[in-house]
Structures are given as C-alpha cells and as structure tokens.
Design a protein around this ligand. Structure first.
Ligand SMILES: [Cu+2]
Length: 253
C-alpha cells in the first residue's frame, strides 16, 4: 500500500515537473484532441470499469453473501447499551449478553441489527464495516472472525451524551469454548444471571486494556441500578476483566 502510494505520488510530481518545465508550443498542445480522448475518456473508462469488476467480484467476500451462516445473533441497540441474543436453529433465543459479544472462531455469523430508540451504528473495526441500527428495521451483517483475541466494538453514530461510552467487548472463542460461554448465559437456566455475572469466563477483555475506565464506571453504575428490575450481566462482567484479558491477549497470534 505504502509503495503504491509512493509510486503514484512520484508519478504525479514527475508529470507536474514535466508540465512546468517543458515550455510552450509543444506537440500535445498543438493536438489537444488526443489528450482529451486519451486522458479524459479512455483512461477513466478503463480504470472505472476495472474497479467495478474488481469490486463486484470481491463484494461477495466482504458481505458474506452466498456463504453458509453458522450462527445468528440479534443485536439490539438502545441508549447506551448493546443487547445480544444468540439464536438457536429454530430462531429461539438460547442465550443473551449485554455489552459483551462472543463469536465462534472461523464461523460465519449473521448479525440482525436493530434499535429501540435512536439511530446507532454497529461497528467492530477489526472485523468489518459498520452498519446502522435503525428503529423499526432489521439490518443484516455477516462477519467471520478468523483470529482469536480480544477486540472492541463501538457505536459509530452519535446517539446522545453517552455515545462515546457505547462500546462492547468482543471475544473470539474456539467453537467449544463458545458453546460453554453460551451455556453460562443460556436463557431460562436457573441462576444463569448470577453465573454470567460471576465471571468464570470473563467476556470483557477490552476493559482490562485500559483507556475506557470512565465507560466501565458508568456502565457499572447503570447496571447496578438496573439490578432491581432485572439481571444485568454487564455488571459482573465489567468488574473482573483484568486477569482474563491478559490470558486472552497472550493466546492471540
Ligand atoms: Cu449509539
């Protein structure tokens, strides 16, 4: 990438110098049609056609269209929390998590993304492009994480005062470990909320990486306040992130 850019930069500077130094009344100026047809019509037509073909051919790889989906996760954004619901084969919810997302490594995951209040945007920079979370609409995005290791997701659409803190931790787990992770957060299992909050398997490596301690503190307060009305797994997850984060990082290639 760097050398391509450097070559183009050198070429442009070379042409500029040539234009400045060549003097007047040259042949190109005497026959401007050639310049217009070649540089103004042919060159852009060929370049844009080549880019169109390349983009069309590779877009399937980027969007995951045509690939078999191994897992479906519903994503619900609301100010200023991410809720994840992991679906089983029949479309039922088998597990849930809040502000923490776990993905099976090497498997294609389809996200069905929506919002309950304002427009948010679902974005995991290390995995792919962002897509809006719109109220009243479900947008689909397919991503596959091929490398283990903690990463971070972030709301990418300004959605209010806490927008900058609307992030979530992403863990890429081996499929077996992913199943265990889901089992610990399964819907309807007795005491599942406590177990999820207790953190045998910590879902929030990003918290240990530092830099977002404000976000953690805020989420913690909010989660603590929300406990009366219902379980909020994020509370416990946020707390004990450090040790697990180190483990996950050292395991990353
Ligand atoms: Cu948001």
């Amino acid at each position: 990438m760097f050398w391509t850019a450097a070559a183009i930069w050198t070429l442009v500077l070379g042409l500029l110098l040539y234009a400045l130094l060549r003097g007047h009344n040259t042949r190109a100026l005497a026959r401007p049609q050639r310049l217009i047809v070649g540089g103004g019509l042919l060159l852009p037509a060929v370049a844009l056609a080549a880019l169109l073909v390349y983009g069309t051919v590779t877009s399937g790889r980027v969007t995951g269209l045509g690939e078999t989906v191994d897992a479906v996760i519903e994503v619900e954004a609301r100010r200023w929390v991410w809720e994840f619901r992991y679906l089983d084969g029949d479309g039922g919810v088998r597990a849930t998590s809040t502000d923490a997302l776990a993905l099976p490594r090497g498997r294609m995951v389809e996200f069905r993304i929506t919002s309950v209040d304002v427009i948010h945007s679902f974005w995991i920079p290390r995995l792919g492009g962002k897509i809006d979370a719109l109220p009243g609409r479900v947008n689909r995005l397919r991503l596959r994480a091929d490398r283990a290791g903690p990463m971070r997701g972030q709301c990418a659409e300004f959605c209010g005062l806490e927008h900058a803190h609307m992030d979530f931790a992403v863990r890429v787990l081996e499929p077996d470990a992913w199943e265990s992770w889901l089992a610990a957060r399964s819907v309807g299992a007795p005491g599942d909320a406590e177990r999820a909050g207790g953190g045998q398997i910590d879902p929030d490596p990003a918290a240990g990486a530092g830099g977002d301690s404000d976000a953690n503190a805020d989420t913690g307060d909010e989660a603590g306040a929300g406990r009366d009305s219902g379980p909020h797994p994020a509370a416990g997850m946020r707390g004990d992130a450090g040790a697990e984060a180190e483990t996950a990082q050292s395991a990353a290639p």
